[in-house]
Design a protein around this ligand. Structure first.
Ligand SMILES: NC(=O)c1ccc[n+]([C@@H]2O[C@H](COP(=O)([O-])OP(=O)(O)OC[C@H]3O[C@@H](n4cnc5c(N)ncnc54)[C@H](O)[C@@H]3O)[C@@H](O)[C@H]2O)c1
Ligand SMILES: O=C(O)C[C@H](O)C(=O)O
Length: 329
């Protein structure tokens, strides 16, 4: 029997596409490791609670040795009670032709309610990742309704963009993904994001020396930034398994640490680093250790990078102003 105390993980949107791909990975130990038992709290809206119960039946049928509890809730206060990790997935996805920011009014309200519920009963060490779009601003909303939880514990997922950038660079250079280090995503999880390879290496060689500047500007950046829309167009639905994988990686790295010589990308409340206004939930390259993340400091920011970071940060500021207007902040 494991000596580790169970970790309570609350997953919202448990009956959705991402939820279905995510829960089995967490239950198998892919997120927290092979010796960490998990108590899974599944939050759904009442209309989808039965479907979530169906997923619970399947989770039981896997007989995962690490599962120490499985429960479905339609009340956020109960679902987040005692939560150590919260994965806020439940929200409407966009359809073809929509931008993620268009989901603000549809989804923003979910995150004020869930922020309050987290504030009420989450464990003292709570860590939150928002996946539901528009993820950065939803994280800002949730944090602002949880005054007793340090805002830094509210993060949004840009690991999917990070992984997409790694995959595109690996394909372009004909290298294994394992050879790629220090790709970074800056700004918003939106088409304005800045996927940055200016500090990246491929097998130890600077990535920028292996590709043409025109490829970076005209192919790589737009391909990564618009990959979500590409998936929606080709698959007929928003990314699910790749998003679940990125959510697992986001939390795995936050809890267990980034490897030496590399970093990950996370959208976190800015402390003013790199000129990003304090408080905006913006993506940065971060390292993690002992359950804490730190924004990588001291990176040189070229004029090319500056313009792109500033444009995405301006969009985040506009989203913040829009949610103030909606009365959600
Ligand atoms: N950050 C990223 O990289 C990323 C990647 C992919 C998808 N997403 C976003 O993740 C979200 C979920 O995507 P999906 O494909 O799983 O959608 P989905 O429609 O398949 O599932 C969403 C689920 O959330 C539930 N839900 C709605 N409101 C809820 C609430 N208040 N509490 C709990 N559950 C609630 C719904 O009932 C549904 O089961 C979307 O907003 C999507 O745009 C983000
Ligand atoms: O693009 C979307 O709307 C879904 C998700 O944010 C993605 O990046 O795949």
């Amino acid at each position: 029997m494991s000596a580790h105390a169970p970790i309570t993980v609350t997953v919202t949107g448990a009956a959705g596409q991402i939820g279905y791909a995510l829960l089995f990975r967490i239950a198998s130990g892919a997120m927290l490791g092979p010796d960490v038992p998990v108590k899974l709290n599944l939050l759904e809206i009442p209309q989808a609670a039965q479907a979530a119960e169906g997923t619970v039946l399947e989770l039981m049928d896997c007989a995962f040795p690490l599962v120490a509890g499985l429960e479905v809730f339609d009340d956020p206060v109960k679902a987040f009670d005692g939560a150590n990790l919260a994965m806020l997935v439940g929200a409407r996805p966009r359809g073809p032709g929509m931008e993620r920011a268009e989901l603000l009014s549809a989804n923003g309200g979910i995150f004020s309610v869930q922020g309050r519920a987290l504030n009420e009963g989450a464990a003292a060490d709570i860590k939150v990742v928002v996946v539901g779009n528009p993820a950065n601003t939803n994280a800002l909303i949730a944090a602002s309704h949880a005054p007793d939880i340090p805002a830094a514990r509210f993060t949004a997922m840009t690991r999917l963009d990070h992984d997409r950038a790694v995959a595109q660079l690996a394909a372009k250079t004909g290298s294994p993904v394992a050879d790629i280090r220090k790709v970074a995503i800056w700004g918003n999880h939106s088409a304005s994001q800045y996927p940055d390879i200016s500090h990246a290496t491929v097998g130890g060689t600077p990535a920028a020396s292996l590709v043409e500047p025109a490829w970076i500007a005209d192919e790589f950046i737009p391909r990564v930034a618009k990959r979500g829309a590409e998936i929606i167009a080709v698959r007929g639905g928003s990314s699910a398994a790749s998003a679940a994988n990125a959510a697992v990686e986001h939390m795995r790295l936050w809890v267990n640490g980034t490897p030496d010589g590399d970093w990950t990308s996370m959208a976190v409340p800015s402390d003013g680093s790199y000129g990003v206004p304090e408080g905006l939930v913006s993506s940065f390259p971060v390292t993690t250790a002992n359950g804490q993340y730190s924004i990588v400091q001291g990176l040189e920011v070229s004029d090319f990078s500056r313009t792109r970071i500033d444009a995405s940060v301006a969009e985040l500021a506009a989203e913040r102003d829009a949610v103030i207007e909606l009365g959600l902040l």
